[in-house]
Design a protein around this ligand. Structure first.
Ligand code: FE
Ligand code: FE
Length: 324
């Protein structure tokens, strides 16, 4: 019988993988220069609404994020990606992925080199588009740049938010790279798309992981949660490890942008804290519509806008070779 400590979410828990450094979701960045502003960033324009019009159509003529429409030719691929994710992303698997990918020993590359690699990646979990991810990165960034021309850290967040999908090009299956995330170590929320496929995950029958709070204390906060592993979590730690000076709110957008059951479904609020609900949610919601709606835009002229983003990488301390 497995016994799991109730305080696993604290940084010094004996349940953590035994590595040289703390690999819990809430551990501090190893670099000194990371992410700081005096107080929460303020946007330079106002009047935008964060509400998403879910009936708006994507480039293929279907509603965005419609996972149940079997007429969509991407239905089978997407449903299969979620089934594999929900069956295989157990709590132990997630801890193993932190241990594997937070060694940052996979090579040294610039962000632009990685984005170029993403020309070869199409996201199997995305019902809306089958475009190479490199183009999606620029489209999201350019839309944010248009709406908030003076908030350049947001443009950079747009460019970077999916760069962690390089995991799929380095041997990880898509079910461990892309898709909406969920909390492991406790019962999955019914707000997760393709919820039925959790029936194949052994954790749902676990005496602790299968319960509502699982290993967590009430309202322990997002950064204490072990989310299913993928490009969000990986890119967050890449930026932390390499000393990015993007505001923490921007790093949190990257880390939680796929946590749809929370930010759109309002699930897991028994685990989030006040900062998550009043600050992080606001920024993730704002970002979200740019991530989605840019998918119906014209392709941007990447050669033309690349120098602008190279300038932002320099400004925020991540212009050279990073450790991946
Ligand atoms: Fe993403
Ligand atoms: Fe995206």
């Amino acid at each position: 019988m497995v016994t799991v400590s109730k305080i696993e979410c604290s940084p010094q828990t004996p349940e953590q993988p035994r590595l040289e450094k703390d690999l819990s979701p809430s551990s501090a960045a190893t670099s000194e220069g990371s992410a700081s502003l005096d107080g929460e960033p303020q946007l330079n324009i106002t009047g935008e609404t964060n509400e998403i019009d879910w009936a708006k159509e994507n480039a293929d003529g279907f509603a965005f994020r419609d996972y149940d429409n079997q007429e969509n030719e991407r239905y089978a691929v997407v449903a299969n990606a979620y089934r594999l994710m929900h069956e295989n992303q157990t709590h132990d698997f997630v801890k193993g992925m932190h241990a594997k990918w937070r060694k940052f020993d996979k090579g040294e590359f610039t962000i632009m080199e990685i984005i170029t690699m993403l020309d070869d990646l199409v996201d199997d979990s995305d019902p809306d588009v089958a475009m190479p991810n490199s183009i999606h990165d620029y489209m999201t960034a350019e839309r944010l740049r248009e709406a908030y021309p003076d908030d350049d850290w947001l443009h950079l967040v747009g460019l970077l938010h999916d760069v962690g999908k390089v995991l799929a090009l380095w041997g990880e299956p898509q079910w461990a790279t892309v898709g909406d995330t969920f909390v492991t170590g406790c019962k999955p929320s019914e707000k997760c798309v393709h919820f039925d496929s959790f029936a194949g995950n052994p954790d749902v029958k676990h005496e602790v992981y299968g319960t509502e709070y699982g290993i967590y204390e009430p309202n322990c906060g997002l950064d204490k949660l072990w989310l299913s592993f993928g490009h969000d979590e990986y890119m967050y730690w890449i930026l932390k490890e390499n000393g990015a000076t993007i505001p923490q709110e921007g790093l949190d957008i990257i880390r939680y942008h796929s946590f749809y059951p929370w930010h759109t479904g309002n699930a897991y609020t028994h685990l989030t804290n006040e900062h998550d609900e009043t600050v992080t949610r606001k920024w993730v919601d704002l970002f979200n519509k740019f991530d989605l709606y840019s998918k119906a835009d014209e392709y941007p002229d990447i050669e033309k806008c690349r120098p602008y983003y190279e300038g932002l990488l320099k400004k925020y301390g991540i212009d050279g070779k990073l450790r991946w």
